[in-house]
Design a protein around this ligand. Structure first.
Ligand code: DAT
Ligand code: MG
Length: 153
């Protein structure tokens, strides 16, 4: 049960601020395993699909503008309870409400520019849906992380 996968993305503000390495390091340090990653630009259509659940909300147009405003770094991370663990490491949706030590709590101050996306563990199957939306099967790499024996009992 160490093979749960979740979709994570450094948003345009995180890329512009040079936080890709810092964010990747946090997940590596935690013991999670990267199985996919790509630097890419999200177009309007993908933005609408990815954030479909928020269509019609007052912040939707701004959200689409923001997420398409520059490159993102999309990733798939694997590990025990990965979806929920990543969300905990991210902090709250609003960086202003996020505890220090979390990614949003350490790197953000404003709700709209919250540095990172991670699949919602409260939304059943969101991780698989988002992975499929952003990655083809052949872009995901099966590999053995040799230090896993020091991460898991
Ligand atoms: P999360 O990214 O924590 O899953 P969400 O799915 O509720 O949060 O919303 C998606 C993004 O939309 C969020 O990262 C920032 C933006 N957003 C959410 N609620 C907002 C609001 N009330 N005003 C402005 N932007 C908002
Ligand atoms: Mg969400």
């Amino acid at each position: 049960h160490h093979d749960e996968r979740t979709f994570v993305m450094v948003k345009p503000d995180g890329v512009q601020r040079g936080l890709i390495g810092e964010i990747v390091s946090r997940f590596e340090d935690r013991g999670l395993k990267m199985v996919g990653g790509k630097f890419m630009q999200i177009d309007e259509e993908l933005a609408h699909e990815h954030y479909g659940e928020h269509e019609g909300k007052p912040f939707f147009d701004g959200l689409v503008d923001f997420i398409t405003s520059g490159p993102v770094f999309a990733m798939v991370w694997e590990g025990a309870d990965a979806t929920r663990q990543v969300r905990q490491m991210m902090g709250e949706t609003d960086p202003a409400e996020s505890a220090p030590g979390t990614i949003r709590g350490d790197f953000g101050l404003d709700l709209g520019q919250n540095v990172i996306h991670g699949s919602d563990h409260a939304d059943e199957g969101a991780n698989e849906r988002e992975i499929e939306l952003f990655f083809d099967d052949e872009e995901l790499v099966d590999w053995d992380q040799t230090n896993a024996v020091w991460v898991y009992e």
